[in-house]
Design a protein around this ligand. Structure first.
Ligand code: IPE
Ligand code: IPE
Ligand code: MG
Length: 240
C-alpha cells in the first residue's frame, strides 16, 4: 500500500529542457525557443506559488552549455540580461525572491551586474524563492564547497558540505522534473537530489503548461517516500 506524502512538494527543481527542439520544429532559430522558455518560467513560477510551493529551482545554463555554438551562448547571455531587466518589477509585485546559483567566473561583467542587481532587488520577498542555476554544474558545486571548507580549514562532513553548497539556503528538492523527454540528470543537483522524486515529462519546456505541472504534482502525491525505511515503518509512524 502506498502512503502519499502530506500535501504537495515544498521545493520543486526543474531541468527546463527542449527549447531548441521547440523552435526547430517551427523552423525558428533556437533562440526563439529560449525566449519562449522565459515566458514558460514566468507562468510556471506563478503557478507554483499559487499551489503553495515555497521554492522553485531551475536549471537555466549548465557549465557544459558553453560548448554550444558561440551565437547561441551569446544569445542566451543577452536573453538573461534582458529578461531580468523586464521581469524584476513583476517579480517584486508577486513576492518572488530571486537567487542565482553557479560560477560567476567566466560570466561577463554585464551579466554579473544583472544577476547581482536582480538578487538584491528581490531580497526582501518571501512568497516564493526562485533559484536560477546559471553557469551551474552539480560537480562544480560539490568541488567548490569542498574547496571552501578546505580553505577555511574546516572538516568535510555531510553537514558542512551541505552548508557550503549553492543551495544551502533551502531544503533539498522534493520533486525534480525534467522536461524534453530525456531521462538523465545532466549534472544538475547531484548532491541535493539524493532523495528527490523524479518526474520526466515528454513536453518540451515551452509547452510545459499548468496541466503539465499538475500532472507532475499528482504523480508526486502518489509516491511513497521511504528514505530507506520500509512501508510498514511508514504506516506505523502515520498511525501514531
Ligand atoms: C534547454 O533547452 C535550455 C538550455 C540548455 C539553455 P535546450 O536548448 O537544451 O533544448 P533542446 O534540448 O536542444 O531541445
Ligand atoms: C540541461 O540540458 C541543461 C539545462 C537545461 C540548462 P542540456 O540540453 O544541456 O542537457 P543534455 O546535453 O541533453 O544532457
Ligand atoms: Mg537540451
Amino acid at each position: 500500500m502506498s502512503v502519499p506524502p502530506q500535501g504537495g512538494p515544498r521545493h520543486i527543481a526543474i531541468v527546463m529542457d527542449g527549447n531548441g527542439r521547440w523552435a526547430t520544429r517551427r523552423f525558428l532559430p533556437r533562440l526563439e525557443g529560449h525566449r519562449q522558455g522565459v515566458d514558460t518560467l514566468r507562468r510556471c513560477a506563478r503557478a507554483c506559488a499559487q499551489r503553495g510551493v515555497a521554492v522553485l529551482t531551475v536549471f537555466a545554463f549548465s557549465c557544459e552549455n558553453w560548448g554550444r555554438p558561440a551565437e547561441e551562448v551569446s544569445g542566451l547571455m543577452e536573453l538573461l540580461v534582458q529578461a531580468l531587466a523586464r521581469e524584476v518589477p513583476q517579480l517584486q509585485r508577486d513576492g518572488v525572491r530571486l537567487y542565482f546559483v553557479g560560477e560567476r567566473e567566466g560570466l561577463s561583467p554585464k551579466v554579473c551586474a544583472g544577476l547581482a542587481q536582480a538578487q538584491a532587488a528581490t531580497a526582501e520577498n518571501s512568497r516564493l524563492v526562485l533559484n536560477v542555476c546559471f553557469n551551474y554544474g552539480g560537480r562544480w558545486d560539490i568541488a567548490q564547497a569542498a574547496a571552501a571548507l578546505a580553505a577555511r580549514g574546516e572538516p568535510i562532513t555531510e553537514a558542512s558540505l551541505h552548508g557550503a553548497l549553492g543551495l544551502a539556503h533551502v531544503s533539498d528538492p522534493d520533486l525534480l522534473i525534467r522536461t524534453g523527454g530525456e531521462m538523465r540528470i545532466s549534472n544538475f543537483l547531484l548532491w541535493q537530489a539524493a532523495y528527490s522524486e523524479l518526474f520526466f515529462s515528454d513536453r518540451l519546456w515551452p509547452d510545459f503548461d499548468e496541466p503539465a505541472l499538475d500532472e507532475a504534482l499528482a504523480a508526486f502525491r502518489g509516491r511513497e517516500r521511504r528514505f530507506g525505511k520500509t512501508s510498514e515503518q511508514l504506516l506505523s509512524a502515520h498511525s501514531c
